[in-house]
Design a protein around this ligand. Structure first.
Ligand SMILES: Cc1cc2nc3c(=O)[nH]c(=O)nc-3n(C[C@H](O)[C@H](O)[C@H](O)COP(=O)(O)O)c2cc1C
Length: 281
């Protein structure tokens, strides 16, 4: 039986997935996210091979076990797989199943080819979507939840307004929805849940953490930027992506909320505080 995403969310500190980011998310960031009580994720391709992916997952499981032993309730881990990276897919999926990962995030292409095998192995699949056509296809393929890529999201971006997109999807779908793009604090997070989302992806905000694999220059560029610095252009994968102007540093509109370097624990504590204050209002 596959995992129930909504049950997985029950014990999170805030309804957030530390989003998968090429070159940025590794085991350190994932373990810190899980310890802090938000779902930790990374793209499988950040590990250079299936073998290294297996080592990373063992390291993450060990980190989560240490958290449990010290009395914490660590959040689940999710692995991002790029559907069109056919040469990696089978071997990466094998590692996901072997190491008991409960959740896969399928991006860049239809998840239809992996869903039956993932469900048979008890793994849930969240699918990235950027249009209503993608939404229809992923629901039909049996995805367990949808990640709505919206305008101004970091990395490979969407172009749809989040308010319109979430409401259009909620009209036809009552499964889990994750908002990707524009969420930089607990107030925006509350708004996303009010809008009809179950969770939000946060990418850009997690780049400027001590545990991310981004270099100091990249982190400082984010701290010095605001959303006027963000432009969308064709990225190295041939897809439209958001970057800081005149640089190869990817970031979303949410960069306006990045003001200082912090540990993941500090960032999540701030989100929780803002989330509580916004709820009280
Ligand atoms: C530097 C960077 C790299 C990213 N790499 C990936 C990736 O490998 N796979 C993926 O599915 N999404 C990737 N994304 C997109 C994020 O998972 C997420 O959708 C996005 O960061 C959400 O918008 P935000 O940055 O405004 O929070 C990347 C985003 C950034 C900023």
């Amino acid at each position: 039986m596959k995992n129930d995403l909504r049950a997985m969310m029950a014990s999170l500190t805030v309804p957030v997935i530390a989003a998968p980011m090429t070159g940025v998310s590794g085991p350190e960031l994932v373990v810190a996210a899980c310890r802090a009580g938000v779902i930790g994720s990374f793209p499988a391709h950040n590990a250079s091979s299936h073998e290294e992916l297996g080592q990373w997952l063992a390291q993450i499981n060990e980190g989560r076990k240490r958290a449990t032993d010290s009395g914490l309730t660590p959040a689940p881990v999710a692995v991002n797989l790029v559907m069109r990276a056919k040469e990696r897919l089978a071997g990466d999926l094998e590692q996901v199943v072997k190491h008991g990962v409960p959740l896969v995030i399928a991006s860049v292409g239809s998840p239809a080819g992996i869903i039956p095998a993932m469900h048979a192995a008890g793994v849930s699949v969240l699918a990235d979507v950027a249009s209503m056509r993608h939404v229809d296809k992923c629901i039909e393929a049996g995805a367990d939840g949808l990640v709505l890529l919206t305008a101004g999201a970091g990395g490979n971006t969407g172009w749809v307004n989040p308010f319109a997109f979430v409401r259009a999807v909620r009209d036809i779908y009552d499964g889990p929805i994750v908002l990707a793009g524009g969420v930089s604090d607990g107030v925006a997070l509350r708004a996303a849940i009010t809008l009809g989302c179950d969770l939000a992806f946060m990418g850009t905000a997690f780049i400027a953490t001590t545990e991310s694999r981004a270099g100091l220059e990249y982190k400082q560029a984010l701290i010095g930027a605001n959303l006027d610095f963000v432009e969308s252009r064709l990225g190295p994968e041939g897809l439209t992506a958001c970057f800081l102007r005149d640089s190869h540093f990817s970031a979303g509109h949410s960069v306006s909320g990045v003001r200082r370097l912090a540990s993941v624990e500090e960032l999540v504590a701030r989100l929780r505080h803002e989330w509580d204050s916004a709820g009280a209002r």
